[in-house]
Design a protein around this ligand. Structure first.
Ligand code: NAD
Length: 525
């Protein structure tokens, strides 16, 4: 690959990132509190998406490494589950402090490793720390239950951590997503084995370092969090099959979710899946079109479009279709595609040549199926692609059905609400939906009928941690956020206590023997 045509930057971020990269040690697993090589000794490179240079390498985890991690998590669970909620809260806040203290380093390395523009990665650490603080504050009450009295009984419920859990994360925004899973697991009292994505393993190590140092400082044993690098088919698979791992929290592709469900069947794994999406943003002609335009453009071209909640299908009412798509196309053409470490950059390189090949293959697909490429539609060298808009698309085209996971938007026209709803629901996914209208009744009607786990009305995706996050159909199983996370990482137990007044049937006392009922009857005579 030639690097001469690739975008360059002279911003000081480049120098800072180069210094951090130079200091990066070859990555290692964290097993039971010890930094370790893979038992097989094999490694793989972690590559900079900008120019394909090697950033560092990571050990390729084996089933044996996973076994060591799972056993360590199992042993540590016996201690961690009994650490008080108040202490867990304190420790998780300390982890958040540690993340904030290394925020610049996390942002720069995340940008280097993923190709995500630094303007968006700046918040990676802040959001990661927020996730820890949010669940930290809920740790003391995570085990709370209900009182469910019945005649003659007191019933009460409590929640207990399920045990060691596996967390498997994707490459798109790895740091933030890892904290989104690991923080509630730890707050609940679970121990963790984390398997990060092989295409962006760097910041998982920073997170593990921060967590491990907090646990060490508190005098806790190693193994509360374990990190195993490696490929999905080997390390990931072994994690989902391990009998000591009680549950798997997975974020990634829908097809991988199916594999994991199969792999976990023998050990009856509880699974939580956050999978792919082909999220519609529906723009009615009565909407505030300026605001809608900003949101549509932001939700597909930010984070390189490598975002599960990206609004990758824009459904536009026919009367405004031409003008609105022209405005999107203009924005797409103006988008600053550049070096990810340049703060001006809006779209950086995609993660990996294989993914770039997948994204650009949809340019041909769009042409073949008769859509129009209104903006972009070009590979720019390396992993860089132009922000793209397809117009004149039909709902049954591949570009309207399949998750592309790049800065590529498909625009479809509709005439009325019923047609918009049919198109919105006519895909196998159901993660998020966005709706733009000033008609209040229509907004409610549509929001209730659209098949999605999350609906934003007159807004882009704005995060609020107590709200449920997750998808329907092929977009996932289960919800994160607020108490929903604890429902996954904990088991609810019911305890029934008799007040001593209920009657128990007497068996094995022989025919003709007095029964409780007959004695009662006698006494009543
Ligand atoms: P992926 O499914 O290829 O990989 C995700 C993780 O699963 C990686 O760590 C990988 O090594 C591992 N894995 C792969 N095969 C495995 C197997 N057989 N057993 C166990 N683990 C295995 O996904 P990706 O390409 O890294 O990420 C992109 C996908 O993630 C997109 O589909 C995107 O929509 C989805 N995603 C969803 C959300 C959400 O919240 N719904 C968030 C971010 C990304």
């Amino acid at each position: 690959m030639t690097t001469t045509m690739l975008p360059q930057t002279t911003h000081p971020n480049l120098e800072k990132a180069a210094q951090l990269a130079a200091k990066l040690q070859p990555l290692r697993h964290l097993l039971g509190g010890h930094w370790a090589e893979s038992e097989g000794g094999e490694r793989f490179d972690s590559v900079n998406p900008h120019d394909a240079s090697v950033l560092t390498s990571a050990p390729s985890g084996t089933a044996g490494d996973i076994d060591r991690a799972a056993r360590a998590a199992h042993d540590a669970f016996q201690i961690w589950r009994n650490v008080s909620g108040a202490e867990r809260r304190r420790l998780l806040h300390r982890i958040a402090d540690g993340i904030e203290a290394r925020a610049d380093e996390i942002a720069l390395l995340e940008s280097l490793d993923t190709g995500q523009a630094i303007r968006f990665m700046k918040s990676a650490a802040t959001r990661g720390a927020e996730n820890f603080r949010f669940f930290a504050d809920r740790a003391p009450s995570a085990g709370d239950g209900q009182s469910l009295p019945a005649p003659g009984f007191i019933n009460y419920t409590l929640r207990q951590p399920i045990g060691p859990v596996g967390v498997i994360t994707p490459w798109n925004t790895p740091f933030m997503l890892s904290t989104w899973k690991i923080a509630p697991a730890l707050a609940a009292g679970c121990t963790v084995v984390h398997k990060p994505a092989e295409w962006s393993p760097v910041t998982a190590t920073l997170l593990a370092e921060i967590m491990q140092s907090v646990f060490e400082e508190a005098g806790l044993p190693g193994g509360i969090v374990n990190l195993v690098h490696g490929y999905g088919e080997s390390a990931g698979k072994a994690l989902t099959e391990h009998p000591l791992i009680q549950a798997v929290a997975f974020v990634g592709e829908t097809t991988t979710g199916s594999h994991i469900m199969r792999q976990g069947a023998d050990t009856l794994k509880r699974v939580h899946f956050e999978l792919g999406g082909k999220n519609p943003v529906v723009v009615f002609d009565d909407a505030d079109l300026d605001k809608a335009l900003d949101a549509v453009v932001f939700m597909i071209y930010s984070l390189n479009g490598e975002r599960c909640t990206s609004s990758s299908r824009v459904l536009i009412q026919s009367g405004i279709y031409d003008e609105f798509t022209a405005r999107i196309a203009e924005r797409a053409r103006n988008m600053r595609v550049g070096h990810p470490l340049d703060p001006a950059t809006e779209v950086g390189p995609l993660i990996h040549p294989r993914h770039t090949g997948k994204v650009t293959s949809y340019f041909d697909s769009a042409r073949d199926e008769g859509a129009t490429i209104a903006a972009g539609g070009e590979a720019r060298g390396g992993n860089y692609v132009s922000p793209t808009l397809f117009t004149g698309a039909r709902a049954d085209m591949r570009i309207a059905q399949e998750e592309i996971f790049g800065p590529v938007l498909t625009a479809i026209s509709f005439t009325d609400e019923a047609e918009a709803l049919a198109i919105a629901n006519g895909v196998r996914y159901g993660l998020a939906a966005y709706l733009w209208t000033n008609d209040l009744t229509r907004a409610h009607r549509f929001a209730q009928q659209v098949e999605a786990g999350m609906v934003w009305v007159n807004s882009e995706n704005v995060r609020h941690l107590p709200t449920p996050f997750g998808g329907v159909k092929n977009s996932g199983i289960g919800r994160d956020g607020g108490d929903h996370s604890f429902e996954f990482y904990m088991e609810t137990k019911n305890i029934a206590i008799s007040l001593g007044t209920h009657k128990t049937a007497r068996l094995g006392v022989g025919e003709g023997q007095p029964t409780r009922d007959s004695v009662d009857k006698k006494l009543a005579e």
